[in-house]
Each structure stands twice: as structure tokens, then as C-alpha cells.
Design a protein around this ligand. Structure first.
Ligand code: AMP
Ligand code: GLY
Length: 429
């Protein structure tokens, strides 16, 4: 099977790594611009094509490439091409694609759509109001007597969520979004919602649009600094399964009340959703609440989830795109996995890049994988070239051992300004 993976982060490297373990793969193509593809090519030679140099937003060229190369299956890692209609265009060209259509991807691409959808289908979420004009938004926040969250409705690469501490800060944020258009179109509509308190968990499911198969619950650590301090980031690390937060009985309940209800609701609204549905949940004293939906694999959740997946990923994805997920058994290792992100100095504000990364070939553990995100080749060296640079992933029979191994590997890796959290895997978000 010829497979094309769209995207350039650690998530897509993990997808490529897992797909390459399948005997069904004949050739893997990726749009990744980081150092991972050539590393995979060194290991798997003929099975990996040179990176294709088409931007993930360039739908016309991606479809033309898939048709010309007779790609059997396209796997879309990131949300932007899904929101831009890549799946629709591939389906029109009779290419199989794992990832929802533009209409179904709205569940992530428009928080206004997503919140209204949840209200229509009685899916529990924070109380909210949507605004596109500054004056009514300012009036509204003046009437609230509880802490709030402000969210840009559109895609903002993890930068669209604000947790203001005062009314003055709230007003500044609303002005920036609605008047100065600080996030461009993404912030033309904003959601003002109640701030919730509780444990967070990422619950992802494979779906063929009808049935779902849950993945183990994962915990993402979103804040930059240890003990859940500092600004929000794309994710500084993850572990799975997060059983102490989300035990099996709760998983079964959430699968039904939230994920299956969402898939059924989307289908009933003529938005068949095929791919991975990701619910970002907060478990509050009043019950579970959806913070957000994503229409694709999480990053860095995917790195730990795929490390735990025992089944052939191609079989699962094929079952999803052919509507046969219920017939496809999925097996997970009874183990724990952790992924620690090594980030550039200055992340998430302003990355300092261009420094040589050393120690990548000194790893000495079996159950370890290094997933590249913001890296590049510079002659024979690999340099940092982005905010999140590497995801050091380890898996073992128990979480404590997985954490120990991941941090032991990190001691061997260095680049100037490298920063990472020391508490990934602890239950402190
Ligand atoms: P989102 O992109 O919507 O998942 O938001 C990013 C992060 O902001 C979440 O992982 C939470 O930590 C935080 N967050 C979002 N919405 C809320 C909320 N209603 N209450 C408290 N924290 C929130
Ligand atoms: N880990 C958060 C996300 O993938 O959106």
C-alpha cells in the first residue's frame, strides 16, 4: 500500500514510524520538512520516498501528486489542511483519505460551531456566549461574576485561548482580538466561557463515522513550566494511559455520552466524520465537561498512544475509511508510555533556532523513540528549527520506569537553549 502522510510535526513522525512497522506498506511519502524523513529513509531505504516538497495547504498540488503517484491512502495529521478542505478534494479525486471533510472538521476549526453543536446535542461543556462585536462583548463580561476564559473561534495554532485574571485584562484581550485583529480572521468571533476547574484528560477515538473505538486516555501537559506554571503551549509532554484520572468505567461513560454522541450528531447533521475525534475534557466536581474537540490526532498524545498500539495502524485506518471499524480488533500493550518535549529557548514566544543538536545517536534503550518536530538538516548536522524540537518517548511496564528511561535519554541530548519540563508523567498537568 502506498501511503502519504500530511504534516510536519512530532505527531506525523510518530505516524510514519508506526506505519513503517506494517508489512502492508510498500512506500511511504510525507510532506514533512523536518529531519525525520531522511532518518527513516536511512533505516528503511526503499520503503521511504524523499520528502515531497508541497506545502500542506496546497490542496491542488497535493491532490495532483496523490493521483499521479497512485497513492492508496492519505493520512492527514494536522488540522489546517482538513479545515481547508483537503479531504473533500481527495475524495472527489477518488483517493482514500483518513481525516474529516471540511464540514465535519468545523468541530475543531470553528469553536462557535463546536459550542453550538454541543448545546444542540446536550454534550456537557462550559457555559458560553459568542461575540463578533466589541461593545456587546464588553457589556457581557461586565455582568459576569465568575472567572472566565476567552477563546478565538478559529484555528490559532494553540494560541487562541486566554485566561484573564482581571476585568482590565479581559478588556485588553477582547480589544486585541475584535478591534486590532491580533489573530487575524481566527479571532473575528470570540467565545467567552465560564472557567472550569478539574483534572484534564485527552480522550481520542478512531471512527468510521458510525462507530468509535477509544484509545487509552492520555494526559497532555500544556503549560511551559514544571508544576503547571507559565504560559500555555502546544504541549510540553504527555503520558498514557492516564488511568488514575480516567479509569475504565469513566472511559466507557465518556465514550458513549461524549464521543459517540458527537459522531452520531455530526452524521445526523450530514457531516460524516471519518478519522480521529479528540475530546479535550475537564473532569469537574459537577461532572465531565468538553473544553474542545479536535478533528485529528493530538500532538504529543499521538507519540505515546502509538507507542502503546499493538495492532497494525494501516488495518485500523483502512477499517475507518471503508466503514468497517466494528470488525477491526484493536490491541494495546499493557504498558505505560511517556513523551517529553525538548523545546527551543524562547518557546512559545520567540524561538531561538539554528543550533546543532548532539547526542541523538547515543540512545541505548529498546523501548525508546525520538520523534522530530522542529528540526532540520544543515549539511551533516541536525539543528533546531522551531518551538517544539524533539519528543523523547519511552514505554515500559509501568509509568515510573518509562519516565526514568525517557529522562535518562534526555541527559545525552543537547542543543543551546534546550528547555523541557522535569515533571512529565506526574499528575500535575
Ligand atoms: P483548548 O484549546 O480549548 O483546549 O484550551 C487550551 C487549554 O486552556 C486547556 O487545555 C485548558 O487548560 C484551558 N482551558 C480551556 N477552556 C477552559 C475552561 N473553560 N476552563 C478552564 N480552563 C480552560
Ligand atoms: N495536545 C493538544 C493538541 O494536539 O491539540
Amino acid at each position: 500500500m502506498k501511503i502519504l502522510i500530511i504534516g510536519s510535526g512530532g505527531r506525523e513522525h510518530a505516524l510514519a514510524w508506526k506505519i513503517l512497522q506494517s508489512p502492508r506498506l510498500t512506500k511511504l511519502y510525507t510532506t514533512s520538512t523536518n529531519a525525520s524523513t531522511l532518518l527513516l529513509k536511512e533505516q528503511y531505504t526503499d520503503k521511504v520516498a524523499c520528502p515531497i516538497k508541497i506545502a500542506e495547504q496546497n490542496i491542488t498540488e497535493l491532490v495532483a501528486f496523490a493521483v499521479q503517484e497512485k497513492i492508496d491512502l492519505v493520512i492527514v495529521g494536522s488540522e489546517a489542511p482538513l479545515a481547508a478542505g483537503l479531504s473533500d478534494a481527495l475524495i472527489k479525486a477518488h483517493i482514500r483519505v483518513f481525516g474529516p471533510t471540511q464540514a465535519a472538521a468545523q468541530i475543531e476549526a470553528s469553536k462557535a460551531f463546536s459550542k453550538d453543536f454541543m448545546a444542540r446535542h446536550h454534550i456537557p461543556t462550559a457555559r458560553y456566549q459568542t461575540f463578533s462585536e466589541l461593545a456587546p462583548a464588553l457589556n457581557y463580561v461586565n455582568t459576569l461574576n465568575y472567572p472566565i476564559v476567552i477563546k478565538a473561534s478559529g484555528l490559532a495554532a494553540g494560541k487562541g485561548v486566554y485566561l484573564p485574571d482581571s476585568l482590565a485584562e479581559t478588556e485588553t484581550i477582547l480589544q486585541a482580538l475584535l478591534e486590532q485583529h491580533s489573530l487575524g480572521q481566527a479571532g473575528n468571533e470570540v467565545i467567552i466561557e465560564e472557567r472550569l476547574i478539574g483534572e484534564e484528560v485527552s480522550l481520542l477515538a478512531f471512527t468510521d463515522g458510525y462507530s468509535i473505538k477509544l484509545m487509552p486516555p492520555a494526559r497532555d501537559h500544556k503549560r511551559l513550566l514544571d508544576h503547571n506554571r507559565g504560559p500555555n503551549t502546544g504541549g510540553m509532554g504527555a503520558y498514557a494511559p492516564a488511568l488514575s484520572i480516567c479509569p475504565p468505567a469513566l472511559q466507557t461513560e465518556l465514550a458513549q455520552t461524549i464521543l459517540q454522541t458527537t459522531i452520531d450528531g455530526l452524521r445526523n447533521e450530514n457531516k460524516l466524520f471519518i478519522g480521529v475525534l479528540y475530546a479535550g475534557l475537564m473532569l469537574t466536581p459537577a461532572g465531565p465537561r468538553v473544553l474542545e474537540f479536535n478533528c485529528r490526532f493530538g500532538d504529543p498524545e499521538t507519540q505515546v498512544l502509538l507507542a502503546l498500539l499493538d495492532s497494525d495502524l494501516i488495518d485500523i485506518i483502512e477499517a475507518c475509511v471503508t466503514g468497517k471499524l466494528t470488525d477491526c480488533p484493536i490491541h494495546w500493550k499493557s504498558a505505560s508510555a511517556v513523551c517529553v518535549i525538548l523545546a527551543s529557548k524562547g518557546y512559545p514566544e520567540k524561538n531561538e533556532t539554528g543550533f546543532t543538536i548532539t547526542g541523538l545517536n547515543k540512545l541505548n534503550a529498546n523501548k525508546v523513540a525520538i520523534f522530530h518536530a522542529g528540526t532540520r538538516w544543515q549539511e551533516k548536522n541536525i539543528i533546531n528549527h522551531g518551538g517544539r524540537v524533539l519528543g523523547i518517548t519511552a514505554w515500559e511496564n509501568n509509568l515510573a520506569d518509562a519516565i526514568k528511561i525517557a529522562y535518562q535519554q534526555i541527559e545525552k541530548i543537547h542543543f543551546e537553549g534546550m528547555q523541557y519540563r522535569k515533571d512529565i508523567g506526574e499528575n500535575k498537568q
